[in-house]
Design a protein around this ligand. Structure first.
Ligand code: ADP
Length: 564
């Protein structure tokens, strides 16, 4: 009963027995065959604050129900999918109560994301990593001064280096409030936080224009951490020829590459033909084609560097995000996150992270649609949506008949046991054994897979089902190519070590992965993965707050990292 990419069957089976099916999301323009049973159309997508047309069209063309509603109060909680895109989540009224999320809901948010999405926080956690691991590994974010804290330091740097600096409000987007300065008199003098960053004044130019890249990065899990990057993206050009002349320093059409800025230039040209070198927006694959055909620059090493710095950027937020996650989240089903990363390439072909957008805009111009629709559909399949339990119970008979399913009714709707964060004593004991700092990679890789416990199986099931849906999305962590990333996690985490050992043993080839999957399948056939403490019960002998060190301070629901 396996299904393949390109399949238009409304449901997608798990790779494993006794795991309920997922709802298949089709790329825009494709239709289900057989058609979506009307009972499944009751699967709801909740969009509390408007919704990107890319997501809206993907969901509604398939026939699912879209509701504009609230999600921030407990009484509004429900099952199904939530696409949240409130631009401001730092005020108390906009906070999501992650602890109250129904275990059957899946939302494109994690607690603690402001650590990456705010420019000042990103610099602060990046700086910690840079100091800890050295600039040879962390040298991809332009040096940033946070005012008023760093005002004296910035003043003395500006006196030493006669060049342009870029001033940015920490929590705005679309180029709002951004300006270039080259005089200490222009240093903002506000009490509220402001970022001033070294301006990269030797950009790689295409046809004389500065450009940056909008890339998509997906975080599907924190414990263990799983990160993906999309192989296509958007290339956004400035609309006026690049110049470092001080006379032109205030010309945003030269220095900023935001679409929202440059579309206001009457010279802005929309690109209606993906693949052609025309207009002020291309897709990434067209840029790489341009590298191959026109400027003869090997782009693969640049792309590898870009994937590396995007992954490390997410890891900069690992400590904060995993503490917030362990503190609040009940179900591993609840959260995923699509980020928009802005990346910039300088004249030495070195990529820089410019910023992380927690709410990427997902426009629908020709080029944007060309990239965003397939990206979004594949992303939604990777994260995987089950049929909610109540809906499953209600609709099982009709759906099974219409689609000719051979699944038992007990394996149709959502099963909370698959995603519980509760652990048995035995599982906790095993975890304690494998989190020691002193344990070498060889040691844990050799032993951790020997006695797979139910919660281990669940981690591997989720990871393999997710990976089976990747076509244009590439997983960068865990990665057999780069197990060094594990060093950047703030503390050795059991689930990351388990997945690392799994990848080391079975991730090397299609054949070895199939062998690994077969082992899990056999264990699932005996329903071992469904042995779990009863969901909803928390005794002193079971815990979902795994190994969260208590020494660090954490203020829940605060946008600021507590760096004290
Ligand atoms: P926003 O969130 O408002 O889009 P960004 O930090 O992305 O702010 O900056 C807007 C634009 O300014 C970027 O797309 C890029 O073109 C330019 N820019 C930002 N930071 C730098 C920098 N350090 N060096 C060179 N250009 C930059």
């Amino acid at each position: 009963m396996e299904t393949e990419a390109g399949d238009t069957f409304p449901l997608r089976y798990s790779l494993f027995p006794h795991v309920p099916p997922y709802i298949r999301i089709l790329p825009h323009g494709q239709v289900y065959n057989p058609s979506l049973p009307k009972e499944l159309a009751q699967f709801t997508w909740n969009a509390p604050s408007g919704i990107s047309p890319v997501i809206e069209n993907t969901v509604t063309q398939a026939g699912f129900t879209l509701i504009q509603g609230q999600i921030r109060r407990k009484e509004d909680q429900q099952t199904g999918a939530i696409w949240d895109c409130l631009p401001v989540t730092e005020k108390s009224k906009d906070e999501i109560n992650f602890g109250d999320l129904n275990e059957e809901v899946k939302i494109n948010q994690f607690p603690g994301l402001f650590i990456l999405g705010r420019k000042d926080n990103l610099w602060l956690c990046y700086e910690i990593m840079k100091n800890k691991f050295g600039p040879e590994h962390f040298n991809f974010l332009p040096t940033t001064y946070i005012l008023p804290r760093d005002k004296d330091l910035l003043t003395s740097e500006m006196k030493k280096k006669r060049k342009a600096w870029i001033v940015k409000p920490p929590n705005w987007f679309c180029g709002i409030g951004i300006s270039l300065i080259d005089d200490i008199k222009e240093i903002p003098d506000k009490k509220s936080s402001m970022c001033v960053q070294e301006y990269i004044d030797r950009p790689l130019l295409i046809k004389g224009l500065k450009f940056d890249l909008r890339l998509y990065v997906l975080l599907t899990s924190i414990d263990p951490i799983r990160i993906y990057i999309y192989e296509d993206g958007l290339v956004r050009f400035a609309t006026k020829a690049y110049s470092n002349s001080p006379d032109e320093i205030k010309n945003n059409f030269i220095h900023l590459t935001n679409f929202s800025v440059n579309k206001n230039n009457e010279e802005f040209v929309y690109n209606e033909n993906p693949g052609d070198y025309e207009g002020h927006k291309w897709n990434l694959k067209t840029l790489w084609k341009y590298f191959d055909e026109e400027i003869k620059i090997p782009w693969k090493p640049i792309w590898e560097d870009i994937k590396d710095i995007c992954t490390k950027t997410v890891l900069c937020g690992h400590e904060h995000m995993s503490k917030a996650f362990n503190k609040t989240i009940k179900s591993d089903y609840n959260c995923y996150k699509l980020f928009g990363f802005d990346v910039f390439i300088d004249a030495d072909l070195k990529p820089w992270i410019i910023e992380v957008n927690n709410i990427p805009s997902l426009h629908t111009n020709t080029i944007d649609s060309f990239v965003n629709y397939p990206m979004a559909a594949e992303m939604l399949n990777i994260v995987g949506f089950h049929i909610p339990k109540v809906l499953g119970n209600k609709s099982y008979k009709a759906v099974a008949e219409k689609l000719g399913l051979e699944l038992p009714s007990s394996c149709f709707g959502f099963n909370p046991k698959l995603y519980t964060r509760l652990k048995t004593d035995r599982e906790n004991e095993k975890r304690n054994q494998y989190i020691s700092e002193d344990l070498s990679r060889e040691e844990y890789c050799e032993n951790i897979l020997q006695d797979l416990l139910p919660s281990d199986l669940r981690i591997l099931i989720n990871s393999e089902d997710e990976l089976s849906q990747t076509f244009q999305w590439t997983r960068t962590f865990p990665s057999i190519k780069n197990s060094d990333y594990l060093n950047y996690l703030y503390t050795p985490c059991y689930s990351d070590r388990l997945l690392d050992a799994w990848e080391a043993k079975y991730g090397g080839s299609k054949q070895t992965r199939t062998e690994g999957i077969q082992i899990i399948r056999e264990l699932c056939a005996n329903k071992e993965h469904l042995e779990a403490p009863q969901v909803g019960l928390r005794s002193s002998r079971t815990s979902r707050y795994d190994f969260t060190p208590t020494k660090a301070k954490f203020r829940p629901n605060s946008q600021f990292f507590d760096f004290a």
